[in-house]
Design a protein around this ligand. Structure first.
Ligand SMILES: [Zn+2]
Length: 85
């Protein structure tokens, strides 16, 4: 009987310490991670302007678009040539 009580006490102690460690670890992990992710997030490149190909109508980033005649934008050289005709 004594042994069972001792085992139960040890188990409780182990669980209590384990849960305390878990809470503590999560709390200390939260702070630096949140600040780091806020610093890491490259917001401006993600908000790149999207333009539409004047030939096929596909949307693509402004930096990937090919400028054509009359200020129109195309997704590829083939479509630009088609638009010039
Ligand atoms: Zn196109």
């Amino acid at each position: 009987m004594k042994f069972i009580l001792l085992a139960a006490l040890l188990a409780l102690l182990w669980l209590w310490r384990g849960s305390r460690h878990g809470v503590h670890g999560a709390a200390s992990r939260h702070g630096p991670d949140g600040a780091a992710s806020r610093h890491r997030a490259p917001a401006p490149p993600r908000l790149q302007m999207m333009v539409r190909c004047a030939d096929c109508g596909v949307h693509l980033p402004r930096s990937d678009a090919l400028p054509g005649p009359g200020g129109r934008l195309y997704c590829c050289a083939e479509h630009r040539q088609r638009g010039e005709r």
